[in-house]
Each structure stands twice: as structure tokens, then as C-alpha cells.
Design a protein around this ligand. Structure first.
Ligand SMILES: *[C@@H]1O[C@H](CO)[C@@H](O)[C@H](O)[C@H]1NC(C)=O
Ligand SMILES: *[C@@H]1O[C@H](CO)[C@@H](O)[C@H](O)[C@H]1NC(C)=O
Ligand SMILES: *[C@@H]1O[C@H](CO)[C@@H](O)[C@H](O)[C@H]1NC(C)=O
Ligand SMILES: *[C@@H]1O[C@H](CO)[C@@H](O)[C@H](O)[C@H]1NC(C)=O
Length: 547
């Protein structure tokens, strides 16, 4: 009786959590693939047999030496090759005994002593929206026996191709031979903007934690680090013109601040990996911590006829607010080489504005009595104009668009709530580029591996013309950090954000039998590279245990 109850309870749980019911059996639930890349390449053809890479002799051969991005990538990926061997299996059988075994294998075709890298265009310096990431990779293909060649018209394609090459490596069961199957790959991303948002205000993340996110993004071919650097709770961004902002607004002005030198370091680290750093300075709401260093910036809230000592959004009726924003944004645009800047604009609370008689008088004189979104519009319009005066293009959260603010045509609307399909149709119908995060909130937790829901979300899934579809720039997985700090960041983000990464890179397909197996291998790959990624598919194991 008890058994029956438990079994049906299990079934019920399995159904409720979206997982398939599995009969009890020994061993892992999902068997990992062997040398299959994540995200999945657009085209992959396999040929007969494999070649063997000997890390002691293997080199990347680059036809030109004037490209620092490739030189640096060669060092990084050489380490990855070594790790794949060294961390592949922790306890291996004797090297000599194993060697004999695979050399007699008829599928063994040759030793692969180098990957030739051909960049067929000038080496670019900074990653940007719509950069070319297309590449082709051939390994012991019929037209290239015993050799391997990576070609691209762009350095960004070379970086993506080197990532794929190292993911194709697999260690055989003896733990001594590093193999690559004979294959040809032609690959490019589906969307140009594939991002990860990190909120460094609710909790502060030390620099190494941020750099490691960039390593993991590279391993998932993501190309935008959206740095939600300040918010209500703390202001860790160091401004040269307004040092009081972080001195007063950071959790700790000595230890919990990103100095300008550190920010440049993050930008450079990201650049080398083909990742743009997109800063967000969210206003007029979400600015409580700004007010600590800059008295007079925020709207004083009133209780009856007296200020009650609390503050609301940035005060939109003071010229001093705009003078500050002009100078503050000018400095940010200079620090961050990225053409785009995220101006926020979400969740503006109108209650404080409604309590303040100066604000109400201003609204009356502007004929917008009672319409607080019009007041917000006045503010946002000046903010967006300030940014475009500085030659920056803007991104804004969807409320700005929803409230009818008139925006320059190239302003990107970032969708995070409501009916994603309707919103995508509306935004693109008005000719604005759109970015999707609505279905990729990493702080929304469910039991189980909890990544299939992210994988299913498709930004192309809305009713619109071809022209509208082309306005979808891609999306971002968002790590809001109310309940995340450096202790749990990595396993919370990975591999869950990898689901969005593949959706944004690869062509559409939801065959979870295949995807689960590749994900199983990818999680082990990330851990082998020193990135803590939580189990994706239930019981199983990685050959290398990272702890
Ligand atoms: C490579 O070849 C091995 C052995 O035949 C096979 O198990 C594996 O699935 C192949 N991997 C890829 C990516 O084709
Ligand atoms: C407000 O409305 C009045 C009456 O329609 C008009 O005379 C005035 O110019 C308007 N003021 C503004 C700032 O739009
Ligand atoms: C933008 O620049 C123009 C020309 O310099 C200036 O008239 C305008 O006030 C500026 N707008 C903002 C919002 O800074
Ligand atoms: C698109 O429109 C069709 C017909 O109006 C409707 O049946 C379908 O549900 C819509 N799809 C989406 C994703 O809104």
C-alpha cells in the first residue's frame, strides 16, 4: 500500500515538475555525449574516424601575428586543451598499456599536431552589435586529410571557432588519448545579442567572480555582459566626477566598490573574449542609493504638508538633476567603449511624486495633471536625448515604451514582463529593436534541473512580419542578486543560462533526448574548466570532480 502511494506520489511530482517519470535503475539518468559542442553548431558533418591530439606537440598555427585577440586566445585555449587531458579522468590506467589499445583501432587516422587559423580580414579591436561571428572548421575532412583548419572573415569568428574546437576534444576511456572526430563545421549565431545581466547592487561581487562569469560566457558563446551596476541598495560604481556617490552609496566604500581601474580591467578581459560590456544606470526609479551621495537629486516625499524624510525617484522638475545626469553619463560613455548604454526606466513609483506639491504644480503648468507617466516621459526623453547627444544609443526597459514615451528609432526596448509575444509584436511594429529577458529570469527557481523552461523560450515565437522578426536583437539571461552573492553565483547561473545561450545561437529544435545528453556533457566541461555548474539532469557524475 505504502509503495503504491509513494510511487504515485513520485509520478505526480514528476508530472508537476515537468520531469519525465523514470523507473528506478542503477546509473545516471542521462548519458552524456562525447565531444559535442554547446551551443549546437548550425551545420556539422561527421566523417569516418578520429585524429589524436598530443598536447606536448600540439600548437595553434596562426598565419599572422598582428592580432592580439588571437594571440591571447591561443594561450587560453592551449590551457583548455591541457586541462581536457589532465582533468579528463582523475585516475587513469598506465599510459603505456593504454597506448597500445587505441593505436590498433582502425578508426584512428592520424596525429593532429596543429590547428591552422586563418583570419581573412583585418583584426578588429572592439566587439560590437552585429559583429561577424561566422566561422568554418574542418578536421581531417576528405579535402584536408590529417590536418585541421579554422577560417573566418572576422576575429570574432576565430574566437568562436577556437571555442568549438576545444569542445570537440574528447578523452577516450583509457584516459590517455585526446581525440577529435573527423568533421566539418559551418557555424554562425542566430541572434547578434546574447547576454548575461548581473546585478552588482543587491549584492557586491568581487572582481574574480565577475571575470569567471566572462570565462563561462565565452564557453557558451555569449557576447554581452550587461552590467546592472547600481540600484536602490548600493552604489558600487566609482565616478570620477561624483566620488561621493560610491563613498556614501556603496555598502563599504573601501571594499565594495568597482574602481575605474577595475572596470577597465573587466572591459579588457571581456574584449579579449569577444564580449561587449553594456553598462546600465537605471533611473529615475531604483536610485535610492544615489541619493545618499547626492542630496537634492531625489524627490522628497511628503506626508500632508511636511516632508516625511523619505525619497522617491530622481526629481524630474529640477534642472540640477539634468545637469548632473549630463555630466555623469558623459563620463560613463567615455569609460565604457560600448556604443549602447542601458538607461533603465523600469518600475517607477508614482506615490512619492503624487505627495509632493511642487511636482503637482509643475504637472499642472504642463497640462499633465494626474498623468504621472507623462511626467516620467518628460524625464526619460531628456535622458535619451542626453545619451544621443553623447553619440550613445540607448536601451530601456519596456515600461518606457509601454508608457508611450517617444523614443529615437534605434532605441532598443528590453522586454522583461507580461505577455512576451504581444509585447514583441507591439515593439517591433513601431520599428524598435527588441531584446528579450521575460522568460530568462535566473532568480525564478523551480525544483529539478529547471532549465528546460529556459530552453523552450523562443524570441522568434510571435506574430510579426519578416521585417519585425529582424528587429529582434536577441536576449539576455538575468541574474538579479537579492538572494545571490559570490558564494552561490556560479551554480545558480550555470548551466541554466546556457539554455538561453543555445536558444540564441542555434537553430530551433526541441528534442530533449539529444539536448539533455549534450547538456550533461557541457556541465562536466564547465566544471572541468573550473566553473561551478550545478547538475542539469538529475543523478549522474562527471569524470573530474571539481570542488
Ligand atoms: C565521436 O566518435 C565517438 C566514437 O565513435 C562517438 O562515441 C562520439 O559520439 C563522436 N562524437 C561526435 C561529436 O561525433
Ligand atoms: C495648457 O493648456 C492651455 C489651455 O488649453 C494652453 O493655453 C497652454 O498653452 C497649455 N500649456 C502647455 C505647457 O502645454
Ligand atoms: C543636445 O545637444 C543640443 C546641441 O548641442 C542641445 O541644444 C540640446 O540641449 C542637447 N540636449 C540634451 C538633452 O542635452
Ligand atoms: C498568431 O496569430 C494566429 C492567428 O491570428 C493565432 O492563432 C496565434 O495564436 C498567434 N500566435 C501568437 C504566438 O500570438
Amino acid at each position: 500500500m505504502l509503495v503504491v502511494v509513494c510511487t504515485s506520489l513520485l509520478l505526480l511530482l514528476a508530472v508537476c515538475s515537468g520531469a519525465r517519470y523514470r523507473a528506478p535503475s542503477p546509473g545516471p539518468w542521462v548519458i552524456p555525449t562525447v565531444g559535442e559542442p554547446w551551443p549546437k553548431p548550425q551545420q556539422l558533418v561527421n566523417y569516418e574516424g578520429y585524429v589524436v591530439v598530443r598536447p606536448t606537440v600540439f600548437t595553434f598555427e596562426v598565419t599572422r601575428e598582428d592580432c592580439d585577440l588571437i594571440q591571447e586566445a591561443m594561450k587560453r585555449y592551449y590551457r583548455v586543451v591541457l586541462q581536457t587531458l589532465d582533468r579528463g579522468i582523475q585516475k587513469r590506467t598506465s599510459r603505456r598499456a593504454a597506448d597500445k589499445r587505441w593505436r590498433k583501432d582502425s578508426r584512428f587516422k592520424a596525429y593532429l599536431d596543429s590547428l591552422e587559423i586563418q583570419l581573412m580580414a583585418p583584426c578588429e579591436v572592439l566587439p560590437y552589435l552585429h559583429m561577424d561571428e561566422h566561422y568554418e572548421l574542418r578536421i581531417n575532412s576528405p579535402d584536408l586529410p590529417g590536418a585541421a583548419l579554422l577560417t573566418s572573415q572576422s576575429v570574432w569568428g576565430i574566437l568562436r571557432g577556437m571555442e568549438t574546437f576545444t569542445q570537440l576534444l574528447w578523452l577516450d576511456e583509457t584516459g590517455t588519448a585526446l581525440k577529435v572526430n573527423s568533421s566539418a563545421i559551418m557555424d554562425f549565431p542566430r541572434y547578434p545579442h546574447r547576454g548575461l545581466l548581473l546585478d552588482t547592487s543587491r549584492h557586491f561581487f568581487p572582481l574574480p567572480a565577475i571575470l569567471q562569469m566572462l570565462d563561462a560566457m565565452e564557453a557558451n558563446k555569449m557576447n554581452v555582459f550587461h552590467w546592472h551596476i547600481v540600484d536602490d541598495n548600493s552604489f558600487p560604481y566609482e565616478s570620477a566626477a561624483f566620488p561621493q556617490l560610491s563613498k556614501k552609496g556603496a555598502y563599504n566604500p573601501r571594499t565594495h566598490v568597482y574602481t575605474r581601474i577595475q572596470i577597465r580591467l573587466v572591459i579588457e578581459y571581456a574584449r579579449l573574449r569577444g564580449i561587449r560590456v553594456l553598462p546600465e544606470f537605471d533611473s529615475p526609479g531604483h536610485t535610492q542609493s544615489w541619493g545618499l551621495g547626492l542630496p537634492g537629486l531625489l524627490t522628497p516625499c511628503y506626508s500632508g504638508s511636511k516632508p516625511d524624510g523619505t525619497y522617491g525617484p530622481v526629481d524630474p522638475i529640477q534642472e540640477t538633476s539634468y545637469k548632473f545626469l549630463q555630466k555623469f553619463l558623459a563620463e560613463a560613455v567615455e569609460l565604457f567603449p560600448e556604443k549602447y548604454i542601458h538607461l533603465g526606466g523600469d518600475e517607477v513609483d508614482f506615490d512619492c511624486w503624487a505627495s509632493n506639491s511642487d511636482i503637482l504644480r509643475f504637472m499642472e503648468s504642463h497640462n499633465i495633471t494626474g498623468d504621472f507617466s507623462k511626467l516620467e516621459e518628460i524625464y526619460i526623453q531628456r535622458l535619451v536625448n542626453t545619451a544621443s547627444n553623447l553619440s550613445a544609443s540607448s536601451l530601456v526597459w519596456q515600461e518606457v515604451f509601454d508608457n508611450g514615451v517617444i523614443l529615437p528609432q534605434d532605441t532598443v526596448v528590453h522586454i522583461w514582463k507580461g505577455d512576451m509575444q504581444k509585447e514583441l509584436a507591439k515593439v517591433t511594429a513601431e520599428g524598435h529593436p527588441a531584446l528579450v529577458s521575460q522568460c530568462w529570469y535566473l532568480d525564478h527557481l523551480e525544483s529539478g534541473g529547471d532549465w528546460h523552461k529556459f530552453y523552450r523560450c523562443d524570441p522568434d515565437n510571435f506574430n510579426g512580419t519578416e521585417a519585425q522578426k529582424r528587429l529582434v536583437m536577441g536576449g539576455e539571461a538575468c541574474m538579479w542578486s537579492e538572494f545571490v552573492d559570490a558564494s552561490n553565483l556560479s551554480p545558480r547561473v550555470w548551466p541554466r543560462a546556457a539554455a538561453a545561450a543555445e536558444r540564441l545561437w542555434s537553430t530551433v529544435e526541441v528534442d530533449f533526448d539529444e539536448v539533455d545528453r549534450r547538456m550533461e556533457e557541457h556541465v562536466c566541461r564547465l566544471n572541468r574548466r573550473g566553473i561551478r555548474a550545478q547538475p542539469a539532469n538529475g543523478p549522474g557524475y562527471c569524470p573530474y570532480i571539481f570542488y
